[in-house]
Design a protein around this ligand. Structure first.
Ligand code: 1GP
Length: 233
């Protein structure tokens, strides 16, 4: 299944523990894919361990690359963030340049999918790590969306609120300015209602932390996103 048709994705953090039972429920929930990624303590070892546990299930597995050292072979896709609102060029193109300089001859470009991130929660780990300028008004965010689609021609624009629930009106506005680039939304989805609301505007809804805090609510987000497709038909 192509990532362009995914509506719901679970993001698993390799640094967090998940039981076999919960992992089975996540992988058999009907979600479109498993995205493996995190900001802290991501190692080759914990990425390989989680991949080996997800692989037996018949759904796509994606590694969202956070460090060059933790890149493991065997995923269906590799999502590569470029943090458009970072103040530090390292997170926009620096690490990417370093990786391509080292491994460019070996790379399978078909598997590498760039994501244009716009991080909107100034207190999340990713914002602090990348020195993101997160205090943006709506016009700033729309301009980043247009930069992603029209200038850099990125296939994904990711509105990242990691840890807090974002502004559905802004997500709707951003969606109205994108045509080819897919809009990913992630942050604070901890109920079916929130998943349904964001799925009305975002192309793909990413659900992370609630997997570890309330597995029942996490599972409910899958059907909620599917229902929101039905409403839009
Ligand atoms: C994090 O966008 C994802 O990168 C999901 O956010 O953990 O808040 O659900 P949450």
């Amino acid at each position: 299944m192509d990532y362009q048709s995914w509506r719901h994705v679970f993001k698993l953090d390799p640094a967090k523990k998940i039981s076999d039972g919960h992992l089975e429920r996540i992988c058999e929930s009907g979600t479109d894919a498993i995205l493996i990624g995190g900001s802290d303590d991501v190692t080759l070892e914990n990425v390989l361990d989680l991949m080996a546990r997800v692989r037996p299930y018949s759904l796509p597995a994606v590694l969202e690359i956070s460090t060059i050292e933790s890149v493991a072979p065997g995923f269906d896709f590799y999502f590569i963030p470029t943090v458009l609102n970072s103040r530090d060029p390292k997170w926009i193109k620096g690490l990417h340049h370093e990786a391509i300089r080292e491994y460019g001859d070996l790379m399978d470009w078909e598997e590498l999918i760039p994501e244009g991130y716009c991080i909107l929660n100034p207190d999340c780990k990713a914002a602090r790590l990348t020195d993101a300028d997160s205090l943006l008004d709506d016009e700033d965010v729309v301009a980043y969306a247009r930069l992603a689609e029209r200038f850099f021609k990125l296939p994904i624009f990711y509105l990242e609120y990691s840890g807090i629930y974002g502004d559905p009106k802004l997500v709707k506005t951003v969606k109205g300015h994108l045509s080819d680039t897919r809009l990913f939304y992630g942050g604070g989805i901890d109920s079916a209602e929130k998943a349904r609301e964001m799925a009305r505007f975002a192309d793909t809804v990413v659900v992370g932390n609630v997997i570890y805090t309330n597995i029942e609510q996490a599972i409910r987000t899958v059907a909620a996103v599917a229902e929101s497709i039905d409403q839009s038909l």
